[in-house]
Ligand binder design. Structure first.
Ligand SMILES: Nc1ncnc2c1ncn2[C@@H]1O[C@H](COP(=O)(O)OP(=O)(O)OP(=O)(O)O)[C@@H](O)[C@H]1O
Ligand SMILES: CC(C)(CO)[C@@H](O)C(=O)[O-]
Ligand code: BAL
Length: 287
């Protein structure tokens, strides 16, 4: 384990470091994050260290993926603590560019990934996935890693980024990492820090409902009815609203009525303190 992690803030310095590694024949993995690191992020770093010789973790709270009424200004920022966690986790470089390094004056380009960006979080957070696709393209071109790792917790994001890399022939392998959960099933998320104690005790109902719907689908149930019951259960538990609870094809994110192909059940719901998302894989018996 390293005791410190090198902090790099400029594209030029990051490029030089990665070129130096590549010249030595070392492989490089990038773990993009928005910081406030938790076990979910550290699991991505651990997976990256198993797959590559050198690991860069980026911490950048990307303004362009937040809507005007979202939590950009209050999103947790704790670089010193993040640097300590990354050092303990064996990460080699923390890449933490400033907003002006990432978006210099006059920046005017945006990347839109069609189809899989629409619906679900794409409808609820207009422009969100354009912001994500644009910043991830920049991070990939700045770092030029062999691999980039993303969490399955953000399944629509992972799907969008797989399409982005495929459609633009970006020379990087996208690796998805299964969701890391608390013991009661709640997906680890930086935004869990916004929850009050009472909300924290309600939050695991999301994972419970996802599992119930998966069981219902495996028994031949109709997706729409199972989701309708699930929404009622989430609201009854104390959530203020449900943005969506849907069964989609795992790869194309097309809406499914029954479990006739590998699927993902995806949910986003709001407590007073935070909007939480989660999802669960479910496969037909003879997929
Ligand atoms: N519980 C988790 N398990 C696996 N991967 C995760 C988990 N939480 C986050 N990640 C992944 O870490 C990367 C960085 O995510 P991010 O920094 O937005 O953290 P987050 O906890 O998802 O925060 P937020 O509260 O903003 O959703 C993404 O690829 C995300 O999918
Ligand atoms: C991929 C990402 C780092 C892009 O800002 C962000 O959307 C996240 O943390 O999931
Ligand atoms: N983890 C997804 C980033 C976002 O919610 O903006």
């Amino acid at each position: 384990m390293s005791e410190t992690v090198d902090i790099i803030r400029s594209v030029a310095e990051l490029r030089a470091r990665v070129r130096y590694w590549r010249d030595q024949g070392l492989s490089v993995a990038l773990v993009p994050t928005m910081g406030a690191l938790h076990d979910g992020h550290l699991t991505l770093v651990k997976a990256a260290l198993e797959l590559a010789d050198r690991v860069v973790t980026s911490v950048f709270v990307n303004p362009t993926q937040f809507g005007p009424n979202e939590d950009f200004s209050r999103y947790p920022r704790q670089e010193e603590q993040d640097a300590g966690l990354l050092a303990d986790g064996g990460c080699h470089v923390l890449y933490a560019p400033t907003v002006t390094e990432m978006y210099p004056a006059g920046f005017a380009t945006s990347i839109h990934v069609g189809a899989v960006s629409e619906g679900l979080c794409g409808d609820i957070r207009p422009g969100h996935f354009d912001g994500v696709a644009t910043v991830v393209t920049k991070l990939l071109l700045q770092c030029q890693p062999h691999l980039a790792l993303f969490g399955e917790k953000d399944w629509q994001q992972l799907t969008v980024l797989r399409h982005l890399v495929r459609d633009l022939d970006l020379p990087v392998e996208v690796v998805g990492v299964p969701t890391v959960r608390e013991v009661d099933g709640l997906a680890r998320s930086s935004r869990n820090a916004y929850l009050s104690a009472a909300e924290r005790s309600i939050a695991p109902v999301l994972f419970k409902v996802l599992n119930q719907i998966a069981d219902g689908l495996r028994q031949g149930g109709a997706a729409e009815e199972l989701c309708r019951q699930g929404i009622a259960q989430v609201l009854e538990a104390g959530f203020l609203s449900v943005d969506y609870l849907e069964v989609r094809a795992a790869d194309t994110l097309e809406r499914l009525t029954r479990l006739d192909q590998p699927a993902r059940i995806l949910v986003a719901a709001r407590l007073h303190g935070a909007r939480l998302i989660d999802n669960l894989a479910v496969e037909p018996a003879h997929a």
